[in-house]
Design a protein around this ligand. Structure first.
Ligand SMILES: [Zn+2]
Length: 53
């Protein structure tokens, strides 16, 4: 079963939904992506109550 994980670009904040970590950000090309916690990463990222810097 393929599970989609969420990777957040530390450079521009773009979220990537992928089963595997992308080699780089598709928006700015930065190579450091942070995987959000699989437990509720997507919900946390897309929640309006969370204002990540
Ligand atoms: Zn980026």
């Amino acid at each position: 079963m393929l599970r989609v994980r969420i990777f957040l670009c530390e450079g521009c904040g773009t979220a990537h939904a992928d089963p595997e970590e992308p080699p780089r950000c598709c928006a700015c090309g930065r190579a450091s992506l942070t995987e959000l916690d699989g437990r509720d990463g997507a919900a946390a990222y897309f929640s309006p109550s969370r204002d990540a810097t």
